[in-house]
Design a protein around this ligand. Structure first.
Ligand code: ATP
Ligand code: MG
Length: 382
């Protein structure tokens, strides 16, 4: 009689989560065999959701750590197999629901009730944050990525939708340049620095331009919100394309409860353009919750602040919109370098002024600007 029974091994494996789906590997049906031999070898067979799963090593170490301490275990022998199409379908149904189901059927997650966007549901706990600006190059993507990372470091679960279909940049800036895993049509977003992201960048060959009209953009965004396994994050940040247009309109339909944060540079001209993006938000019934000023100053070797792009624009815009100015971010070359290397400054240099400012902005969004309104799903009228 071995010191540990097969049932006890399974129980020890139950708390082990699949790193991508964040569900128990036992519940997901990934554990196919678990037995302890008389000579102290635990034999475990794990069925991966997809062949060549990039997180195989992570699964190995989690499983080993869970069973190695059990009584009588001297060695863990792990073997892998791959799920069949039917098994993958079952997994997708379990975690994400059935896209073909009619209202009232299927699971509570994802587009269980037809092609609805989960974030539009009254009970959704996710706060969608649209990071926008009227014009290009003011630092929307950099701000999105760094705030996302700061929120993740503060313990929240966070996703980013790169809604800049023509000029996507989030995968590179976040260092998440691996393809999403597809499980029975469900996209598992790549994760980096604790943040998951989806971008058109994963779907177009390198160097090719996306030339799509409105309906295609609309469709792509819909897929980003419904076919991606987001698993109800606390925050879903949306990196908006420059300007005001089709994408903002689509997003306002898909994310009616989204909060808009406007990024601007400090010069009055930029602030006027940023005001247009706020006007657009108002037109589509979205609420602007705050202003973030970027490239506010440059600190010279002499320690002096040089206001290269002028000053006061962020505060002026915030006053005009009646919302808080959440922060002023200096111009620092490390911020650009972090974006180029896929290691955001908040991660690369957590003690830097920039990282601290991003953390403070994240905290203000998460805590100070949290809605007091409680969305109680029990009160849903259908
Ligand atoms: N505070 C900053 N200090 C230094 N460089 C910055 C700062 N903010 C942004 N940058 C750099 O400026 C460039 C533009 O920033 P970013 O891509 O984030 O802007 P964007 O508003 O998203 O642009 P687009 O409109 O093209 O999407 C990038 O190379 C970025 O690294
Ligand atoms: Mg951008």
């Amino acid at each position: 009689m071995p010191a540990t029974t097969n049932e006890q091994i399974i129980e020890a494996l139950r708390p082990v989560e699949d790193p991508e789906l964040r569900r128990s590997i036992v519940d997901l049906g990934m554990v196919r065999r678990a037995a302890l031999s008389d000579d102290g070898v635990v034999d475990v067979l794990i069925a991966l959701t997809v062949a060549g799963c990039p997180l195989r090593n992570e699964i190995t170490s989690r499983v080993t750590a869970a069973v190695a301490p059990l009584p009588g275990v001297k060695r863990v022998a792990l073997d892998f197999t791959v799920m069949t199409d039917q098994e993958r379908e079952a997994v997708r149904m379990m975690v994400h629901g059935n896209p073909g189901a009619t209202a009232g059927q299927g699971q509570a997650h994802g587009h269980a009730e037809g092609r609805t966007v989960p974030f539009a549901e009254p009970g959704s706990k996710t706060r969608p944050l649209l990071i926008s600006s009227g014009k290009g190059g003011v630092g929307k993507s950099s701000v999105t990525v760094n705030i996302a990372v700061a929120l993740a470091e503060q313990g929240y679960s966070v996703g980013i939708v790169d809604a800049d279909i023509y000029g996507f940049s989030v995968p590179r800036m976040l260092g998440a340049e691996v393809d999403p895993v597809v499980i029975d049509g469900m996209l598992v977003p790549p994760e980096s620095h604790g943040v998951r992201c989806i971008s058109i960048g994963y779907f177009v060959p390198e160097g090719q331009a996306v030339i799509w009209r409105g309906p295609m953009l609309h469709k792509a965004l819909e897929q980003f919100l419904t076919d991606v396994y987001w698993d109800e994050p606390d925050f879903l940040l949306v990196d908006m394309p420059p300007g005001t247009g089709d994408i903002a309109l689509s997003l306002s339909q898909y994310l009616p409860r989204a909060e808009v944060y406007v990024v601007t540079t400090p010069q009055p001209a930029a602030q006027k353009v940023a005001a247009l993006s706020a006007a657009m938000a108002a037109k589509v019934n979205l609420t602007v919750k705050g202003v973030i000023e970027n490239m506010s100053w440059f600190t010279g070797d002499d320690g002096k602040h040089y206001e290269i792009f002028g000053s006061g624009g962020g505060q002026e815009l915030a006053d005009q919109l009646g919302v808080p100015l959440l922060g002023q971010l200096p111009l620092v070359s490390e911020l650009r370098e972090g974006g180029d290397d896929g290691i955001p400054i908040t991660v690369a240099d957590p003690d830097s002024e920039s990282a601290k400012l991003f953390h403070e902005i994240a905290r203000r969004i998460a805590v100070d600007l949290k809605s007091k309104k409680v969305f109680n799903p029990a009160l849903k009228i259908s």
